[in-house]
Design a binder for this molecule. Structure first.
Ligand code: IVH
Length: 713
């Protein structure tokens, strides 16, 4: 992060800020939180995670507590939601729709109970009952019934003024249009939400029709309710849980619990997990129970709400500026969730690596619906890391387990832990497959490798298609008009199976262009262009061909080193065909290349000695004109006999490759600058060597100048 004078105290703890800094911090937080509110409530497109939002809000409150006189008129602590947007009519709530204070730890729950008792002047031993119910992750809605008829429906808006969504609310299946038994003016409040299954189906439909997809069920519910066209809302499967009320012409219950029961009798859906409990320990136990049930509920919840049961006590407790004193939301940790492991699937990558993936019962974690997590490799599943040490105290992971998942930043979700208490007695340790699920070839684990790999090579469809994509990628053949998408299409249709097939495409499908032309997305021009682009790549540098083969461990710069060493494809092919892994002259020669170690050497020799692979390679080479790496006689080289030193960062080639190239041109490459040095090639970040070279009057050039010096050689 760039530290500028404006934000240099962003990370200073509230109690370390001076007054000027505190004032600026409050201003920054007001802006940030207001735009986050707008994004979340009005645009249904949050840009902060709930956890980030809560942290900012807590920081704001902490600074206000220390510098109360700096509290702003537009303080985020006094705000709920965001102003109603244009487009809907506005409705002023007869009673404000408020928010809830948060508890994050067990201690916070005990403190809440203490505060309530203190306010009411109750002894620690006096009875005080609470209700506890899931906190539904949707958006709140206030429904007004007059003489039993649904007359008004309003979103929360900023808590004072909401949006009139009556038309839309009427389309929600479990919102009654008429009720009986309630007072003549009766405002019921609750949460509009979408079930996990309906959310998945909606996103699927939206994808198919190229419509907008939603990040999570809450956004989908909000986006669906706040449609100017009610027929769209009607097509979206929304539901409503009732849990509170606003204006009433007469009381209808004496306790929270009885009120929830009455709401049920009036015809509203209430949450079946609502419980009546008598102390903080029981509240926490209920919270844990609900947390365990979370993934099985079929809808998202983000905590448990505790409310003082006695409505007379609620009245006495009353409200702070935006939250009731008689209720609190005990939130689940934002980036963690327990869920059920439905299955373990094995994916096969380009190099044949078998990667296990956890298929999970979907849960929303940190605002994103998670249904897959990486399981890394078989050791990880068994509870061991790459060095054999225990992870999760050695607990293994089995299909059917309850697992705790987490998201760190934007990375793929991971499994943090497994709950052995909830493991089914019949669950068996996961047996990692020893054959490839794609092609049935044996999958083996080499010594020192954490990963099991399919030995099928090009006969394995998973590897074949990934390899083809690699083959046409930028550093390799880079054929214009033939990208990953086209390769996949041609592979699926059986037009190409190995790289060599690309070079016979014209022969097989080009007659009069009919076949290719008839395909979706291809016209005569584009077909001819593709064939031309392919032909242009028949004559191609050695290193690109070697890199394009996608042999494990042989990356772009290694391919360059090897090409420079052998000079011609034939020379390399002969050497690799004749080499014996671990011994002999050919092996030693291969290992002698700077930058080639035993792992890469083994991989290269194996590829050239495996029958399937070799046949595919030979077929490809016979379609190509592989360019020789020209090594010129030392006498013709401007750097022959010169001593060269490389320093700093090189961007066009690796240090090893630069060294090999210089040596092939007859230069001597040294590690340090001395009076004998002729040329210092200095990239960015060059330090003492550059200073020394300057002092000694050594010619110092940058990487580009060096490349143009040896250009064409
Ligand atoms: S009671 C005066 N109960 O959470 C407070 N709210 O963070 C009345 N929510 O605005 C709210 N489930 O949208 C209550 N069982 C529940 C809830 C619940 C979800 C939402 C509601 C509220 C927000 C506060």
């Amino acid at each position: 992060m760039v530290v500028s004078p404006e934000n240099s105290f962003v990370h200073i703890a509230p109690d370390q800020l001076d007054e000027m800094q505190a004032e600026r911090e409050l201003s920054r937080l007001a802006t940030l939180l207001s735009s986050a509110n707008m994004a979340y409530y009005s645009l249904d497109a949050p840009h902060l995670s709930d956890a980030e939002y809560d942290l900012l809000k807590q920081r704001n409150s902490a600074i206000e507590a220390i510098f109360p006189h700096l509290k702003r008129d537009d303080s985020p602590s006094d705000k709920v939601g965001a102003p109603a947007t244009d487009g809907f009519g506005k409705i002023k709530h007869a009673q404000a729709m408020l928010s809830l204070g948060n508890a994050f730890t067990d201690d916070d729950v005990f403190e809440f109970d203490n505060r309530v008792r203190k306010f009411l002047g109750l002894e620690a031993t006096a009875t005080l009952t609470y209700t506890a119910e899931p906190k539904i992750d949707g958006l709140s809605l206030s429904l007004r019934y007059e003489k039993g008829v649904l007359a008004q429906a309003a979103t929360r808006g900023d808590g004072e003024v909401g949006e009139n969504v009556l038309e839309n609310a009427r389309t929600i299946a479990n919102i009654p249009h008429q009720i009986s038994g309630a007072p003549s003016v009766f405002e019921v409040r609750g949460e509009v939400y979408m079930s996990a299954a309906d959310f998945a189906a909606l996103n699927q439909r939206q994808t198919e029709t190229k419509g907008k997809t939603f990040a999570n069920p809450r956004n989908a519910a909000a986006g669906s309710l706040r449609q100017l066209d009610a027929s769209i809302t009607k097509a979206r499967p929304l539901r409503f849980f009732a849990y509170a009320w606003g204006e009433l012409s007469a009381p209808f219950a004496q306790t929270q619990f009885a009120a929830i029961q009455a709401l049920g009798e009036f015809g509203f859906e209430t949450n079946p997990l609502t419980a009546l409990l008598s102390n903080p320990s029981e509240l926490i136990a209920h919270y844990k129970k609900i947390e365990e049930l979370r993934a099985t509920l079929g809808y998202d919840i983000d905590g448990v709400v505790y409310k003082v049961n006695d409505l007379e006590l609620q009245r006495r407790l009353g409200f702070r500026s935006t939250t009731p004193r008689w209720a609190i939301a005990h939130k689940f940790p934002a980036e963690l969730a327990w869920t059920y492991l439905n299955d373990i699937e094995i994916q096969v990558g380009r190099t044949g690596a078998l990667s296990p993936v956890a298929r999970l019962a979907p849960v929303t974690v940190g605002g994103v619906v998670v249904s897959n997590a990486t399981l890394h490799n078989e050791d990880y599943i068994q509870g061991r890391d790459s060095s054999g040490a225990e992870i999760r105290e050695g607990r293994d992971i089995r299909i059917g387990d309850w697992v705790q998942i987490y998201r760190a930043g934007d990375v793929i979700p991971k499994i943090k832990d497994v709950d052995l208490n909830r493991r089914d007695l019949s669950a068996k340790p996961y047996a990692f497959p020893e054959t490839c699920p794609e092609c049935g070839s044996p999958a083996i684990r080499e010594e020192g490798d954490a990963v099991r790999r399919c030995t099928g090579g090009l006969i394995c469809p998973a590897q074949a298609v990934e390899r083809l994509k690699h083959f046409v990628s930028r550093g390799a053949f880079d054929i214009e008009g033939l990208g990953a998408k086209q390769v996949e299409q041609f592979y699926t249709d059986g037009w190409i199976a190995t790289p060599a097939d690309i070079f016979t495409l014209r022969e097989r499908y080009g007659q009069g262009m009919q076949q290719l032309k008839n395909r979706e997305g291809w016209g005569e021009k584009s077909a001819e262009k593709l064939f031309q682009a392919i032909d242009e790549k028949r004559k191609i540098p050695f290193r690109r061909v070697l890199f394009g083969l996608g042999i494990r461990h042989a990356g772009d710069s290694s391919a360059g080193l090897i090409a420079t060493h052998y000079g011609t494809w034939d020379a390399m092919e002969q050497a690799l065909t004749g080499a014996e892994i671990g011994q002999g002259a050919a092996w030693d020669d291969l290992l002698g290349i700077d930058g080639v170690g035993t792992v890469m050497a083994t991989s290269l020799v194996s590829a050239f000695q495996n029958d399937n692979e070799r046949a595919a390679i030979d077929r490809l080479i016979s379609a190509l004109d592989v360019e020789e790496v020209v090594t010129i006689a030392a006498a013709d080289s401007p750097v022959a006999g010169k001593t060269v030193v490389f320093t700093g960062t090189l961007t066009k080639m690796s240090r090893a490759e630069a060294k090999a190239r210089a040596e092939s041109l007859g230069a001597k490459v040294a590690g340090s600058v001395s009076a004998k040095t002729d040329i210092l090639v200095a990239g960015p970040g060059a330090g003492s060597k550059a200073t020394k070279a300057e002092a000694l009057g050594v010619l110092t050039i940058d990487e580009d100048a060096w490349l143009s010096m040896i250009e064409g050689l």
